[in-house]
Ligand binder design. Structure first.
Ligand SMILES: [Zn+2]
Ligand SMILES: [Zn+2]
Length: 278
């Protein structure tokens, strides 16, 4: 194991080691330790702080804060966002990203995962009775919710991590009173420690990333060797027109410029061809 008995810092406020520690220990021998580095200024899920920069910048920054605070040379950070599936717009999905940084070997590597396994949902309610159906669908109370007045003029009025019906009723009343339209926005709390479904998806991604770190560059032996891009355009056997099917997968190194190409076959049938099968 490349990293046997090494410590790695996971910068998280939301107990994500629960999902990440085991795959990293099993696949790499890495011991994950949590660091509660303040990353609220980088943006949070409930929307109080506008997220600066891209997801990748936030992820890198979060990981670097953990590394700086702990003084360790290995770091992990995780980010997720939720919304419609890129290909199936009516299907909510969880987009997860995980970064691994090694300051000694001087590289970083990230993996992503789009999963339709999510309870992501929000609804505007005028009566607390409307919550019962919502609660069933999103698996409350094992999964938490966030409640705020619909208009949200006063951003201090927000209740997060609600996991009992009593807490729900109490905060619902406060939010409704301070809403001009007497309407309350109820949404799933997507923070990992409030959302076992999301925790499962993060674990799936941690498996994927840690497995990738185990594979080394054939040339320089650096960890993290893996697929870096694909080339489409496998040709139609009947007319020779390039199709949308993948022709080559390119594997590359995180550090040196060495690459290898994996051919995905010689041709495809005419049923995949725009010309033969318009
Ligand atoms: Zn063709
Ligand atoms: Zn290399």
């Amino acid at each position: 194991m490349i990293y046997k008995n090494n410590y790695c810092v996971l910068n998280t406020m939301h107990s994500k080691a629960e999902a990440i520690a085991e795959p990293f220990l099993k696949n790499l021998g890495i011991k994950v330790v949590e660091q509660k580095g303040d990353t609220d200024h980088l943006g949070t899920f409930s929307g109080e702080v506008e997220r600066p920069g891209t997801l990748w910048e936030v992820l890198k920054r979060k990981c670097e804060i953990g590394l700086d605070l702990s003084g360790l040379t290995l770091g992990i950070a995780s980010e997720g966002s939720f919304g419609p599936h890129p290909l199936i717009p009516f299907l909510p999905c969880d987009f997860e990203a995980l970064i691994f940084m090694d300051r000694e070997k001087d590289f970083f590597l990230y993996e992503t995962l789009i999963s339709e396994k999510t309870n992501y949902k929000f609804e505007d309610m005028e009566d607390e009775i409307e919550f019962f159906n919502f609660a069933k669908v999103i698996k409350f109370p094992s999964h938490g919710v966030i409640i705020r007045p619909l208009e949200w003029d006063d951003e201090s009025i927000i209740f997060k991590g609600i996991r009992t019906f009593k807490e729900f009723r109490d905060s619902f009343k406060i939010c409704q009173t301070s809403s001009a339209r007497k309407t309350v926005r109820v949404e799933t709390d997507m923070r990992a420690h409030m959302n076992p479904t999301r925790m499962m998806v993060i674990r799936e991604l941690a498996e994927k990333l840690s497995a990738r770190i185990t594979s080394q560059c054939p040339k320089c032996r650096m960890p993290g060797w893996g697929k870096v891009r694909i080339i489409k355009g496998l040709e139609c056997i009947q007319c020779g027109t390039p199709t949308e099917k993948i022709k080559e997968e390119i594997f590359g190194c995180v550090k040196c410029s060495f690459e290898q190409s994996l051919q995905k076959g010689e041709w495809v049938g005419p049923e995949n061809c725009h010309y033969c099968n318009p």
